[in-house]
Design a binder for this molecule. Structure first.
Ligand code: SAM
Length: 230
């Protein structure tokens, strides 16, 4: 039996960061009431939604934070330190829970974190949360459809988190794929919970064994840990 008792500890973070994370966890406690509606919208989304369809699900989820669980946040923190990534990119920022873990690590390594969020209100909240945690300096949230905003990036990405609407994980991945550094690590969240919607991404990776290695980790709703080999 694996002992996971310590996986929810936050004592590696500064008190200001912990305070913001705990407040957001409290705010996210009402997400469960909206999960059914968000899940139904996800089922209708598809990999190539037009702007209207994307806006529709984002509106349904406007009041939901849908954050990463603590063990996922801890893993992101560790990976940001271990990879030494200079540029860390996130698809799906919401109120900035995952961003806080990444930015806390980036504050130690001197990296920068680029988040993406379609909802302008959520992006503003995330920015305020990062400032409250003392982590605004190394973080920027791109507001708008990540399928557009991520095209402006040119710096090589060392760590990528995919935590937006899951049918878009492959299209978003393909947009940033040309600037993924050799050795880059990609984390894709919610892959067990939405196993029926991630097959295209898995097939894409499996067809390129010389370029990507993927390991599924049974953490929270399932994580894919992917490494770019070259
Ligand atoms: C699961 S939540 C992200 C949670 C966040 N990573 C955290 O840990 O707090 C997914 C977010 O992705 C955003 N999103 C989905 N599709 C997007 C797109 N095409 N461009 C930008 N943001 C998008 C949604 O608005 C939503 O807030």
């Amino acid at each position: 039996m694996i002992d996971t008792a310590d996986d929810a500890r936050l004592d590696f973070l500064d008190a200001r960061v912990v305070e913001v994370l705990e407040r957001l966890e409290q705010e996210a406690s009402t997400d469960s009431a909206r999960l059914g509606e968000v899940g139904a919208s996800l089922g209708r989304l598809g990999a190539t939604p037009d702007a209207q369809a994307l806006q529709a699900i984002t509106t349904v989820a406007e009041q939901a934070l849908l954050p990463v669980a603590r063990p996922v946040g801890r893993l992101l923190y560790q990976l940001a330190l271990a990879t030494g990534a200079r540029t860390i990119v996130e698809y799906g920022t919401s109120h900035g829970m995952s961003t806080l873990y990444l930015a806390a690590a980036a504050a130690r390594t001197g990296a920068r974190v680029i988040g993406t969020e379609l909802s302008a209100a959520k992006a503003a909240t995330a920015t305020a949360n990062l400032a409250a945690a003392g982590l605004a300096g190394n973080t920027r949230i791109l507001v708008g459809d990540a399928r557009e905003t991520l095209r402006s990036l040119t710096d090589s990405i060392g760590l990528l988190l995919l935590d937006g609407w899951i049918p878009l994980h492959l299209p978003i991945f393909r947009i940033v794929e040309p600037i993924l550094a050799p050795g880059a690590v990609i984390v894709s969240d919610n892959v067990s919970k939405h196993a029926d919607k991630i097959g295209d991404f898995h097939r894409y990776l499996a067809a390129r064994p010389d370029r990507y290695v993927r390991t599924a980790l049974p953490i929270d709703d399932g994580i894919d840990l992917i490494t770019r080999l070259r």
